[in-house]
Design a protein around this ligand. Structure first.
Ligand SMILES: C[S@@+](CC[C@H](N)C(=O)[O-])C[C@H]1O[C@@H](n2cnc3c(N)ncnc32)[C@H](O)[C@@H]1O
Length: 179
């Protein structure tokens, strides 16, 4: 990749991000209850280690935003699936995965996490609200086998037995396993 190509790609990505932020802003104020907030790379690394994700394992991010967790975990050897209801964020996720040559490892489903059939997963990641986790808990218990790992950023589940919580510079990561 030449410097010019890199600059053009970066410029396009910044423009797309700015546009998406604007869209997200209106959506948040008008419709959404969980805003799009991206999990940064350093935290994704900690989440990956915390869940002990192994090469070839499938991870699912419920409410995948711009696909950061899915894409970065596939870069580390996982197979990634993201479910996200906002179309522009799904388009951005697919664009980012394609640009990195990861389209065959990172898949994005556009839809509502409560209406989409839960994909097979070894590890589940979430950064939603407590009430969303509470609604997802019975779905997870029904669909996922014992031992499936779950890492939830900042928000807990009402009944799942908490295994540990890690505090990373003020951000809490809660680790669970399906009993
Ligand atoms: C806080 S962001 C987290 C994004 C990503 N998981 C990350 O950590 O970088 C929450 C995301 O969940 C999405 N979301 C909220 N409710 C949803 C629903 N019912 N179905 C699918 N996605 C949803 C939002 O659009 C938003 O992108």
């Amino acid at each position: 990749m030449t410097v010019t190509t890199f600059i053009i790609f970066t410029f396009i990505e910044v423009l797309l991000l700015a546009l998406l932020l604007l869209v997200a802003y209106f959506c948040i104020n008008g419709i959404l209850t969980v805003p799009w907030v991206r999990t940064r790379r350093q935290l994704v690394d900690v989440m990956f280690d915390m869940a002990k994700v192994k090469k070839g394992e499938t991870i699912v991010d419920f409410g995948s935003g711009d696909g950061s967790i899915v894409i970065e975990m596939t870069e580390m050897g996982a197979i990634g699936i993201g479910i996200e209801r906002l179309k522009p964020l799904v388009w951005l996720s697919r664009f980012k995965a394609k640009r990195k040559g990861l389209s065959n490892k990172a898949r994005f489903i556009q839809g509502d996490i409560f209406k989409t059939k839960p994909p097979e997963a070894d590890v589940i990641f979430l950064y939603l609200f407590t009430e969303f986790n509470a609604r997802l808990e019975p779905i997870f218990l029904k669909h996922y086998p014992s031992g499936t790992r779950i890492v939830s950023r900042d928000f807990t589940f009402p009944n799942l037995p908490l295994i540990k919580t890690k505090n990373v510079k003020g951000t809490k990561l809660h680790f669970y396993k399906i009993p």
